[in-house]
Design a protein around this ligand. Sequence first.
Ligand code: ADP
Ligand code: ASP
Ligand code: MG
Length: 406
Amino acid sequence: MDNIVVQKYGGTSVGSPEKIMRVADRILATQAQGKKLVVIVSAMGDSTDDLIKLAKAIDPNPQGREYDALISTGEAVSASLMAIAIKAKGNDAISLSGRQAGVYTEDNHLKARILDVKPDRIRKELNLGKVVIVTGFQGVNSFDDVTTIGRGGSDTSAVVIAAALKAERCEIYTDVDGVYTANPNLIKDARKLSVVSYDEMLEMASLGAQVLHPRSVEGAKAYGIELHVKSSYNFNEGTIVKEVSTMEIKNPVTGVAYDENTAKISIQGLPDQPGTAGDLFKRLADSKVNVDMIVQSNQVNHKNSIAFTVNDDDFSKAIEITESYAKEIKAERVIFDKDIAKVSIIGVGMVSSPGVAADMFSMLGKAGINIDLISTSEIKVSCILAKKDTHKAVKILHDGFELSKG
Ligand code: ADP
Ligand code: ASP
Ligand code: MG
């Protein structure tokens, strides 16, 4: 079906009745250009955080079905309010839940992957001339229960729905007017990127640049969908996320990202025998703990140690699993550190520019910032450092690699 435009509006953009009315005007302006509009909305403002706080006031470690049933409700509020706003302005609209919109996910909760989208209902409503508003962040599993797809997941809802509808555009409207060389709310001279490649965007998003949910970028790349990241407050040119030929890349570093929601766990004095790393990380994976950096030290006296990082959300589960494993295999001790952060530089141009990692380490070293763990890939270098140094490190690297200059 042609001329379908998918737009996603984030939490801040729909944070009050006034903002919802303003977004409704923007939606109707696009519809007036002859487009069929499917709009994905996030929960209003911080309402998902508020729902999480409510659940945790009752059980510090809420799980599964009921937790998802609760935290998915924020999107139901904003979707119906948006439909009410459009109707109040004299046009027709309908709000659909993830289930009604045909968004099918894995059975597990909280970070369920979207497996399929069957957009028959969306199509039917579009053909009746309605603006279709879909709740982001949620789907339904094979038990017919509501699932959520991970914090910030509404971007991913938008991408998979755009793919299923073969939409002509997928626009992500947020509170900044594009993807910058670093978080523009922290780095005042960060530069807006007019275009960024899928691969770089995926790294930036995975390494903490909140502006897009990592799986949305993964999905956009897989389906070949260009993402247009723009502000819901103005009409400035935004950023296009798409395939970019490396020939067009000039700078080795495109951006700096940081993640303060990370924790380090070390298991020390592990018997140096085959299978230990496999056993530990299999247990973590089976419990859906996403392990990030892994560093194993050289063995001394037939013992070694492994340090790894996890997201704060997974910390309690990860430490419980690691401690029980340590006891079983008689490792000497498990220690952890939650006062850390990960700061990363990202750029496809690094592949052909040796020495970028060394430059990064020297810049941090000169500023007196100690590096704890390091991990590299072809297009990124990440350092774990003390949380108190995060903002300073981002600024130093942004200045040092002259990212404001372009
Ligand atoms: P939404 O509620 O619209 O989904 P998010 O808060 O998830 O918005 O994402 C937008 C925020 O991402 C911005 O307010 C900004 O602080 C943050 N951000 C972090 N890194 C970047 C970056 N490199 N470029 C743009 N925004 C970034
Ligand atoms: N409301 C959800 C969250 O706060 C999803 C989203 O905003 O994309 O994580
Ligand atoms: Mg977001």
